[in-house]
Design a protein around this ligand. Structure first.
Ligand code: GLC
Length: 418
């Protein structure tokens, strides 16, 4: 049962994260309210200015699909507490802004129509709710906690939190992923009543996959290392776990106008490959503008990644870690009897695959399906002017001098064994 539930996720490997909310207006990172210690009353001004007249979720969905993404996770509420849907439990919501409509509903409809699965990111942290108590990330953290917390009741906040989650998982059809975020050091599972929260999620959406950020690891289907490339397939109690790394395009999740730390398409393609080579998924984020668009650099980056994925999807979808150690500067993924060699740094003429003698049946470039010659190492061969014996256990791939013109060249190796 468990495996069937997670099959699509393991297969699909690549999703879009969208951090969109009224923090796109200041355009200084989604944590702007905390970083600049803006009181909730002052922050409200951004709700009055939220007018995303260029919002076109059909275009977003097409961009995601063209990038090769198979699912999308949208922020329903971030830490600022602003609801991107028509919640009946708060006035601090998108329908009370100049936008005047439920933008999440449109997102869900457009992405589903393009065949992508849907997830909601929902912050359990809330800097707006009058019952939410002080903790270290809170914009009012400098205030006296005794005074600030007076009259605040996390019990009432929990009811609100569970109520909003009920709305989200009741009113938008089948939701595939619930992505809660996160538990500050001063809080724990009791603050969210994580046990009942997880139960509620599963009751309302039996097939859903739940992440791991409500301080209740027992309930998690997958773990979510953030802006971090794991060294190896993450384990818990000695067992490999389902995992998804989430990564920004420029270090900020929400739109961050003056941030120029863009990751190159090459780095991001390598992150995708590296992740799948360790059995994980990549959730790659875009922070749309206040007008409702993916900005040009984000779009161009996605387009270039998509160009690569278009020709190399065979090494990503349905692929996973291989048990063999790859040669230097390479990553392996495996799908059935096919092994994919991703060459991060182009070598001179030969790639040595140690221990593969007798196992290789055929080899080709993945981008164009052109044949790659190979031979098995011959300990008696003496190359011209050297006395270097070849390793009999090695398969030697003969690659062209000129590196193929793709972001990362991939060699598809058909193995005799499966
Ligand atoms: C976080 C941050 C955040 C972002 C996120 C994505 O911990 O607080 O702003 O939404 O995780 O993983």
């Amino acid at each position: 049962m468990k495996k069937e539930k997670t099959d699509w996720f393991v297969h699909d490997r690549f999703g879009l994260f969208v951090h969109w909310g009224i923090y796109a207006i200041p355009g200084r990172h989604e944590w702007v309210q905390s970083r600049e210690k803006i009181a909730a009353e002052d922050y409200k001004k951004y709700a009055d200015r939220f007018e995303p007249d260029l919002y076109d979720p059909v275009q977003w969905a097409r961009d995601a699909k063209r990038t090769g993404m198979k699912y999308a996770v949208l922020t329903s509420k971030h830490h600022d507490g602003f609801a991107m849907w028509d919640s009946q439990l708060t006035d601090f919501k998108v329908t009370n802004t100049p936008a005047g409509r439920d933008l999440m509903a449109e997102f869900v409809e457009a992405f589903r129509a393009e065949g992508l699965k849907i997830g909601f990111y929902h912050s359990v942290i809330d800097w707006h709710h009058p019952d939410y108590t002080l903790d270290s990330p809170h914009p009012s953290r400098d205030q006296d906690p005794g005074k600030f917390n007076q009259g605040r009741d996390m019990g009432r906040y929990r009811e609100f939190l569970h109520g909003q989650v009920r709305e989200l998982l009741t009113n938008y059809g089948k939701i595939d992923v619930m992505w809660f975020d996160w538990t500050p050091p001063e809080k724990n599972r009791k603050d969210w009543d994580s046990e009942n929260l997880a139960t509620l999620v599963r009751e309302l959406q039996p097939g859903i996959l739940l992440n791991d950020r409500i301080d209740y690891p027992e309930s998690a289907d997958f773990v979510t290392p953030e802006e971090y490339q794991a060294k190896a397939w993450p384990e818990r109690d000695g067992e490999r776990v389902l995992w998804e790394t989430c990564q920004t395009l420029n270090g900020s999740w929400g739109y961050d106008r003056d941030n120029v730390n863009w990751k190159s398409p090459e780095v991001l393609v390598k992150v995708l490959i590296d992740t799948v080579s360790k059995g994980g998924n990549l959730l790659l984020n875009v922070g749309p503008t206040a007008r409702g668009e993916f900005d040009p650099i984000a779009r161009e980056t996605l387009a270039q990644i998509g160009e690569w994925v278009h020709r190399h999807g065979r090494s990503i979808y349905g692929a996973t870690a291989a048990e063999e150690l790859p040669p230097q500067d390479c990553r392996f993924t495996r799908r059935g009897n096919r092994l994919y060699l991703h060459v991060f740094s182009w070598p001179l003429r030969h790639i040595h695959l140690e221990g593969f003698a007798g196992r290789a049946e055929y080899a080709q470039f993945l981008h164009d399906g052109s044949e790659i010659f190979f031979r098995e190492g011959d300990p008696n061969a003496v190359a011209q002017n050297t006395a270097m014996a070849e390793d009999a256990g090695t398969v030697i791939l003969e690659v062209p001098l000129r590196r193929p013109d793709v972001i990362v060249p991939v060699i598809e190796l058909f193995l005799r064994d499966s």
